[in-house]
Design a protein around this ligand. Structure first.
Ligand code: 5AD
Ligand code: SF4
Length: 463
């Protein structure tokens, strides 16, 4: 894709290329799709600066860790990794280490890294990716740590592109940050307040991606339903979807994540009007108990949630639904938990991401009374998982014998004789390998199913 960065940034990129062209870099990504997409941007920037990607840390001249802070365990993983890098840095004096992402946006975590891991060379925030060339140049001059953090998103980042590595599907950020302040969540403190990108910028990016061969676009935002509200010319998420739908050559539109409190009828109607809108909705519920939902500051009840699901299913009866669910929120009783299990059984999710509540300093839930003991959380978590997997398996079995349109992603990582793809309902399908079909949409007959994936054969359309 063409380089649309502004001239000033290109000057820095060229300077880094002179100093580092041909050197190797490695990026490690923790956390969500937002981080994966940020890492794609960093990769694109590093390659623009002449660095070559490697998966082998021993040959890397630059190692960049993109961190997550949603749960305590995610931060622990990064700290463990930095501990190991300390030894590598001792044996490889010229190695440069960069740490970025949500954890660096949190002052407590950043200070911890600065104090315990003084060998780290670069620290930058989620809103400073475009400053990487300048940071690398500064780091060339001395052995000090160079830190750049901005509280809120800067428009310059708009111009950062990604390389199309798997060319059938690409992410586009439509907004950054979150204004919701769910009481358990650190994101509003790390990624800052909600900022939407201009419609024109999103459309330009989507068109350029489709010209490069992309078939599916996945729109990213912490709460896509409130997209566009703060723009000078306000526009709704549904209007954005309708505009994207017009792009010729784009075959499928997906998005994440939605907040139930903001789902409009206009958006629900898009499932009727826009055939390119994937038959899949990820709608985090978090808990099935009204009491817990209130403590979480979610602004909807389980009844509101059922109502949304009913409306969507009326329009698209076979839509796949997925969710995020948390167990062990402070003061969650067995009765509250049973409400969650009941909701899961009634909605019958195709997929659910399940989490053990993790206490995050700085959030409102951190100081709440009646934090739930670890053993109780784990026991509830296991029961939840059993229920979720049982439903998932049952729903996948129902697809055996059906025909599905599948967007082929590439060769299977575990079995070279197979390729993988995703149905319109975002289910993973394994099929016999056929190189000519990679990146295309094909018709597949599902032959068998398990809890996590489907197996199928291509249907020869010529016959
Ligand atoms: N503990 C556990 N899970 C969390 N999530 C967000 N914050 C926490 C936390 N403190 C989960 C929510 C959210 C998903 C991305 O991560 O379910 O939807
Ligand atoms: Fe966190 Fe709630 Fe915002 Fe999602 S909507 S990012 S859970 S504060």
């Amino acid at each position: 894709m063409t380089n649309t960065l502004n001239k000033e940034l290109n000057v820095f990129i060229d300077k880094v290329k002179d100093n580092h062209g041909g050197e190797k870099f490695m990026i490690e990504t923790h956390g969500c799709q937002m981080n994966e997409h940020d890492s794609d941007k960093i990769k694109w920037l590093m390659e623009s600066m002449g660095f070559v990607s490697t998966e082998d840390e021993k040959e890397a001249d630059y190692i960049i860790i993109n961190t997550c802070s949603v749960r305590h365990s995610a931060e622990d993983k990064v700290i463990g990794r930095l501990g190991r890098l300390k030894h590598l840095k001792k044996t490889k004096k010229d190695l440069r280490v960069g740490v970025c992402g949500c954890m660096m946006q949190r002052k407590v975590s950043r200070d911890f890294v600065l104090e315990k891991f003084p060998f780290v060379d670069l620290i930058f925030g989620t809103n400073n990716i475009y400053r990487l060339p300048q940071l690398i140049l500064a780091s060339d001059e001395d052995n000090d740590v160079h830190v750049e953090i901005e509280e809120s998103y800067s428009n310059l980042d708009n111009k950062l592109r990604t390389n199309i590595t798997n060319n059938q599907s690409a992410y586009i950020n439509i907004m950054y940050g979150c204004n919701n302040f769910c009481t358990y969540c650190i994101v509003p403190y790390t990624r800052g307040r909600e900022v939407s990108r201009e419609l024109e910028d999103i459309l330009d990016e989507a068109k350029a991606l489709v010209e490069d061969g992309v078939k599916e676009i996945i729109l990213l935002g912490q709460n896509v339903n409130s997209y566009g509200k703060s723009l000078d010319n306000p526009i709704s998420f549904a209007e954005l979807l309708r505009a994207l739908h017009e792009i010729e050559g784009l075959e499928r539109i997906n998005y994440m994540t939605s907040h139930p409190k903001d789902i409009s009828d206009d958006l629900i109607n898009c499932y009727k009007d826009l055939p390119k809108l994937a038959n899949y909705l990820h709608l985090p519920v978090q808990s099935g108990s009204n009491r817990v939902l209130k403590l979480m500051n979610r602004h909807y009840t389980r009844e509101d949630y059922f109502e949304i699901i009913d409306k969507v299913r009326k329009i698209r009866p076979d839509i796949a639904l997925s969710t995020d669910i948390m167990v062990g929120f402070p003061d969650e009783t067995e009765e509250d938990f049973l409400d969650t299990l009941d909701l899961v059984k009634r909605v019958e999710y195709d997929n659910a991401f399940t989490f053990l509540y993790s206490k995050r300093e700085g959030t409102r839930a951190y100081d709440m009374e009646n934090q739930i003991p670890k053993e109780v959380k784990s026991e509830r978590f296991n029961r939840l998982l059993e229920t979720v997997y049982g439903i998932q398996n049952k729903k996948n079995q129902k697809l055996v014998g059906t025909e599905q349109m599948v967007l082929i992603e590439g060769q299977s990582k575990n079995n070279p004789e197979k390729m993988t793809g995703r149905t319109d309902t975002f289910k993973l399908v394994h099929m016999p390998y056929d190189e000519s079909k990679i990146g295309t949409m094909v018709k597949v007959r599902i032959q068998s199913a398990n809890t996590f994936s489907l197996e199928g054969d291509l249907i020869d359309i010529e016959k």
